[in-house]
Design a protein around this ligand. Structure first.
Ligand code: HEM
Length: 296
């Protein structure tokens, strides 16, 4: 009975102290939702005519999205003065691995379980080889994400190994770009968000040691990332189909038939971070007791 209770406390909705966490449960449900939705769509025939291919796309896309979310935990903790968010990091990281493995398994299903064909394609198609390398990195991160692995490896070696998350992200994005045909809206958007996260880390390491980066820094990061995303997209279309760069750049200013462009979504996401960070600081400032008391 005692052992059952102990195992129960290891469920993902308990925190490290064995207390029930509503935050962890809500996050778990959100992480499961895309997989459940993909599974539901199959009997409902919403993925016809190529259910496996569409499921491959959905799982790959969610793997990268959750990877970015995992990398947002550290900024989130510092910028929003929210240390508790750290309890979600392992769960988020493992969800990336789960979706990436699901993605790979679906690829095997798509090849009718012919492992010879699978191996052949993994070697011959560069974008698949790159995806496989990203998957290896994610597996290395996943299997060493336990407390036991951390204790055995020691914090320094563990941290060095977990630096693999950056090459994994890079390779996953390259894999995404390479398999996209002409429309690179999604990979450009996710690359823009990844750029924000990387720039944040660089700037925070250099200037934010004592205190978290303030709203002015965050705004500057957002402006820089927006510019790089817009220029990157224009350059891609120019090189790929010879589209005039100015036309692609101008599309960022209109909400025309091409829909919201990646640079615009990066701007809005960055601004949302600035606004929440500012509100958090104001709230903390207001809650702080006044120094010095009233003048005599
Ligand atoms: C052995 C490893 C992998 C294999 C065999 C593989 C295979 C594939 C295949 C067959 C496609 C669809 C290509 C097409 O329809 O033309 C694809 C797309 C994709 N993959 Fe992978 N992949 C692997 C690893 C990964 C990993 C590790 C990630 C992310 C962490 C990832 C993310 C994606 C994304 C985002 C897409 C595009 C989804 C979309 O178009 O909406 N893949 N992959």
């Amino acid at each position: 009975m005692w052992a059952v209770a102990r195992i129960g406390r290891r469920m993902p909705w308990y925190d490290q102290g064995g207390r029930f966490s509503g935050l962890k449960l809500a996050t778990l449900l959100c992480l499961l939702a895309p997989a459940v939705w993909v599974l539901l769509q199959i009997p409902l025939e919403l993925l016809e005519p190529r259910p496996v291919t569409l499921a491959i796309h959905a799982t790959g896309l969610w793997a990268i999205r959750f990877l970015l979310l995992t990398l947002f935990v550290t900024p989130c903790r510092r910028i929003f003065l929210w240390p508790r968010v750290f309890i979600l990091r392992r769960m988020l990281g493992l969800s990336v691995l789960a979706y990436a493995l699901g993605h790979f398994c679906l690829f095997i299903v798509d090849k009718a379980f012919d492992l010879g064909v699978v191996a052949n394609e993994l070697v011959l198609r560069y974008y698949l080889t790159i995806g496989l390398l990203a998957l290896f990195f994610l597996i290395a991160l996943g299997v060493t994400s336990t407390d036991l692995a951390l204790r055995r490896m020691g914090i320094r070696r563990w941290r060095r190994l977990h630096g693999l998350v950056y090459p994994a992200l890079f390779l996953a994005l390259v894999h995404f770009f390479m398999q996209s045909k002409l429309d690179v809206t999604q990979p450009t958007l996710l690359t823009g968000l990844a750029l924000w996260l990387m720039l944040y880390r660089l700037v925070d390491r250099r200037f934010g040691r004592q205190r978290a980066l303030g709203p002015v820094w965050l705004l500057s990061l957002t402006v820089a990332t927006t510019a790089l995303t817009a220029l990157g997209e224009a350059l891609y279309y120019h090189l790929a189909i010879g589209a005039p760069a100015i036309l692609v750049l101008r599309a960022n200013l209109s909400l025309g038939p091409a829909g919201w462009r990646p640079a615009l979504i990066v701007t809005l996401s960055g601004l949302a971070v600035v606004i929440v960070a500012t509100l958090r600081r104001l709230a903390r400032h207001a809650a702080r007791p006044m120094d010095g008391g009233l003048p005599q």
